[in-house]
Design a protein around this ligand. Structure first.
Ligand SMILES: CC(C)(COP(=O)(O)OP(=O)(O)OC[C@H]1O[C@@H](n2cnc3c(N)ncnc32)[C@H](O)[C@@H]1OP(=O)(O)O)[C@@H](O)C(=O)NCCC(=O)NCCS
Length: 181
């Protein structure tokens, strides 16, 4: 499939009411780095202070690569009204022995919190996970203190399955939320 920047990617471009969900592109780097450097997002995701532009690029490449390797992945979220990158959302599945499965995740620039974009992109991701990717159960891994993220999961119909420590983040247990088809 040809992405918005003319490059080939297995990541499909989807439209929701207010967002274009598309493959990450090189041009997103500065906006992506800014977004994940905001105090609100970096504290919610426990991003280390050492996070830099190089790591931001590596993350975008990692998310894009999941589409090639697994046929699922995260989308860059572009606000239709402005054309700017406002976040990421989609279906995340790293290669980790204790990862529960196909996870629906979301992260937005604080300037667009409170508009419903995470729920909008999350709903389309859920639909993609069940209909296009063929999943029977989707997960979302959310820290207990992240009430805004829990609210998104609840709006999408997720329920809390358990709390457990995941190996990549031993500091505290994650809530493992699930949604069945
Ligand atoms: C988690 C996160 C994506 C939630 O963002 P959010 O803006 O609170 O969530 P939504 O986009 O679903 O917006 C919901 C809010 O918009 C309001 N809203 C306004 N218009 C709306 C619309 N058309 N549709 C739905 N909700 C709308 C809702 O009432 C709700 O408001 P409230 O927060 O006062 O209850 C955001 O806080 C974030 O990026 N956090 C940092 C990264 C992170 O923690 N990611 C998750 C890791 S597990």
């Amino acid at each position: 499939m040809v992405g918005h920047d003319g490059k080939m990617s297995t990541c499909p471009t989807l439209e929701t009411e207010r967002l274009t969900m598309r493959a990450f592109s090189q041009d997103d780097l500065d906006a992506y780095f800014d977004l994940f450097s905001t105090p609100e997002v970096s504290s919610a995701l426990a991003i280390p202070a050492s996070f830099d532009r190089e790591q931001a690029w590596a993350q975008m490449a990692f998310f894009l690569g999941q589409w090639e390797l697994r046929g699922t992945g995260l989308w860059a979220l572009e606000e239709k009204a402005t054309g700017r990158l406002v976040g990421r959302a989609g279906l995340y599945q790293p290669e980790r022995a204790d990862w529960p499965g196909l996870e629906v995740g979301w992260a937005l620039h604080p300037e667009v919190w409170g508009l419903g974009y995470a729920t909008e992109a999350g709903a389309r991701s859920v639909q993609y996970g069940f209909s296009e990717a063929g999943a029977e159960r989707l997960f979302s891994c959310i820290l207990p203190e992240n009430v805004r993220s829990q609210a998104v999961a609840k709006r999408l119909g997720f329920s809390l399955l358990e709390e457990r420590v995941l190996s990549h983040f031993p500091q505290m247990p994650h809530g493992i939320w699930f949604l069945d088809t």
